[in-house]
Design a protein around this ligand. Structure first.
Ligand SMILES: Nc1nc2c(ncn2[C@@H]2O[C@H](COP(=O)(O)OP(=O)(O)OP(=O)(O)O)[C@@H](O)[C@H]2O)c(=O)[nH]1
Length: 359
């Protein structure tokens, strides 16, 4: 199965919600007068009240989706698809639909405003709207799609943060397996020393990935474990050290101190460590993921994101909101519970899967 097909299948909940909404919208307001008269698209009036943000290049430069289907489309009968005029009412409904997919108000407004550029007043089919939406989403996501950078200097220390249950353990296991497969030597430190279950879970993932997991007695200082783990990683010439951390937000001051102490202590061994601080977010929490980014940016120097559980949620739009609002690199996405269910983040594939477009 191609990767795009897998992503699309896994993101079915998000895409089918958006697709169904679009179909309803277009059908509701479809012009009964059947297919558009060739070359009959009304001239575009001035764009909708909400202008595109100044820092966003206007979508007007993009070639607009043709309102008149080409020969091939006519042969396969696509010209019978219902169409709806892209007017203020339609744009408002579109905005609502995007907000429902967890794209957030600001991003939804920007996306629809850009979509209206050069298309306002034209009669569009569901497929044309999907393509235009996918283009807009790709444009927002492209600047943040960056794999975890690998540095020449080793061991590279990756601190992994995020609330409990967000998928930190699973993500560390999946990443470790990928780095191992790429010939890297990896060490994992089970830094959530207060939860025996979390440590055990990480050991299971370490075994699966074929990577050693360093643990410390329950309740011991995570910073001291991190120090020992870095000492070992240096001694063994490891390429990567991934440090799991606690995610208890109930006592934010304690967590901040715990993370700060880990950083202080590992810097005694390597003043540049940690080289990456990965924040793991759970897509099923929707808009809550946005506040988690804000909180963790205060607790730690977050350098990139991994979004988990994009399978099985209709809230995939939150990733667009994250990209639009914070511009933090998105390194990978989790699309399942298995070891190979962590994918590099490809903005175009993601946008097509989210909007339900076929390859
Ligand atoms: N469907 C799906 N489930 C996932 C994904 N990533 C993680 N999970 C599941 O989410 C649950 C929590 O994942 P963990 O990796 O244990 O999360 P954690 O952040 O380490 O949580 P604690 O161990 O409580 O600190 C587990 O049941 C995982 O199998 C994903 O991409 N898709």
């Amino acid at each position: 199965m191609s990767f795009f097909r897998k992503l699309k299948d896994r993101m079915l909940k998000s895409s089918s919600k958006l697709e169904a909404g679009l179909e309803d919208l277009v059908e509701e307001g479809a012009d009964a007068a059947a297919p558009p008269a060739p070359g009959n698209a009304p001239p575009a009036p001035p764009a909708k009240a909400t202008p595109p943000a100044a820092d966003q290049p206007a979508a007007a430069a993009e070639p607009a989706a043709p309102s008149r289907p080409g020969l091939l489309s006519r042969v396969i009968g696509r010209d019978t698809a219902p169409r709806r005029v892209l007017d203020d009412e339609m744009l408002e409904s579109l905005e609502d639909l995007l907000i429902q997919s967890d794209m957030g108000v600001e991003t939804a407004v920007r996306v629809t405003a850009n979509l209206a550029e050069g298309r306002y007043g034209r009669r569009l089919s569901v497929e044309e709207i999907k393509r235009a939406l996918a283009d807009e989403i790709t444009r927002i996501m492209e600047p943040v799609a960056k794999p975890l950078p690998l540095y020449a200097k080793t061991p590279q220390v990756v601190l992994v943060v995020g609330v409990n249950g967000s998928g930190k353990t699973t993500t560390i296991g999946k990443l470790a397996a990928q780095f191992r497969a790429a010939g890297k030597q990896v060490v994992i430190a089970a830094g959530d020393t207060f939860r025996a279950a979390a440590v055990e879970q990480l050991q299971v993932w370490g075994e699966r990935a074929g990577v050693p997991v360093m643990t410390a007695p329950e309740g011991s200082d995570p910073a001291s474990l991190a120090f020992d783990a870095l000492t070992r990683a240096q001694a063994e010439g490891a390429d990567l050290l991934m440090i799991d951390t606690a995610g208890r937000l109930q006592n934010r001051a304690d967590l901040m101190e715990e993370l700060a102490k880990i950083v202080r202590v590992i810097r005694k061994k390597d003043p540049d460590a940690p080289h990456n601080t990965l924040l793991v977010l759970d897509a099923t929490t929707g808009q809550n993921a946005l506040s988690q980014v804000e909180i963790f940016q205060k607790l730690a120097d977050v350098s990139g994101l991994v979004m988990t559980k994009l399978d099985g949620t209709a809230r995939g739009g939150v990733l667009v909101a994250l990209a639009d609002r914070f511009g933090l690199p998105i390194h990978a996405i989790g699309v399942g519970e298995q070891i190979d269910d962590l994918a590099p983040f490809d903005p175009e594939d993601f946008a097509r899967a989210l909007t339900g477009l076929d390859p």
